[in-house]
Write a protein that binds this ligand. Structure first.
Ligand SMILES: Cc1cc2nc3c(=O)[nH]c(=O)nc-3n(C[C@H](O)[C@H](O)[C@H](O)COP(=O)(O)OP(=O)(O)OC[C@H]3O[C@@H](n4cnc5c(N)ncnc54)[C@H](O)[C@@H]3O)c2cc1C
Length: 205
């Protein structure tokens, strides 16, 4: 693929942010086994880098996916694996379905702050007994009036120690395993505190 001047300018902006705000701290974050996701994401959000391919109506740049690829390539300059993974989860795993299929209300409450870098997100698919075999997940969302009551457990979830919300894969009926699933937006933390009903069991090394 040939990058244009605009692709290269985005890469330069991101590379400068990585050199100034991420790489100098990587050793310290590795030692601490955690990095300040809200701080790093806010910086990226202010540069417009968390919404390159997202709709302009919610703060994105509305660009095509080649710009997302240019960004992903530049994330390779980060001197560790966890931080680029965390950023990639925010831009390309937790938010794409929300941007494409979410209601205006959901996009306002969850997508816009993720693009701005005000919220950290995660994608909850894997479970203790369902990794590659995604159809085998057991988490269940049962309708109760206007609410869903969700029971379940997720595991190995990138960003989950800091995330404000999870895009969570659940079963919504007992029907066929490839047709009974939905992605549900679940608020995990408010003002940094876990909301009632959410438990984080342990940090996995
Ligand atoms: C660093 C990291 C971050 C992660 N972040 C997230 C996250 O943010 N959200 C999330 O939902 N999950 C996350 N995961 C979980 C990840 O998606 C699962 O680890 C993955 O789906 C594999 O599942 P598993 O580990 O249970 O392995 P298994 O599914 O048990 O697979 C074990 C081995 O068997 C092989 N295998 C499995 N099925 C078959 C088959 N049918 N045919 C041939 N070979 C097969 C696999 O290739 C693998 O080598 C993360 C994992 C890691 C390591």
């Amino acid at each position: 693929m040939q990058f244009t001047h605009e692709h290269r300018e985005i890469q330069k902006t991101l590379k400068r942010y990585i050199d100034e705000h991420i790489n100098p701290q990587v050793d310290e974050w590795e030692k601490a086994e955690i990095f300040p996701a809200h701080e790093v994401f806010k910086g990226l959000g202010e540069l417009g880098l968390l919404g390159l391919t997202k709709p302009e109506a919610f703060g994105g740049a509305g660009l095509d996916y080649s710009y997302g690829m240019a960004m992903a390539e530049t994330l390779g300059h980060i001197h560790c694996g966890g931080v680029p993974m965390a950023i990639g989860v925010q831009t390309d795993m937790a938010t794409p379905a929300l941007a494409r299929f979410g209601s205006e209300e959901l996009k306002r409450d969850f997508l816009a702050p993720a693009i701005a870098g005000d919220m950290v997100s995660c994608i909850g698919v894997s479970e203790p007994a369902a990794g590659s075999d995604v159809a085998g997940i057991k988490s269940f969302a049962r309708k109760d009036g206007d609410d869903y009551v969700i029971s379940g457990q997720k595991m190995w979830i990138t960003n989950s120690l800091q995330a404000d919300w999870m895009c969570m894969l659940v079963n919504t009926s007992d029907g066929p395993a490839h047709k009974n699933k939905s992605l549900v937006m679940v608020r995990m933390r408010e003002n940094g505190k876990l909301v009632k009903g959410i438990e984080v069991a342990q940090k996995l090394r």
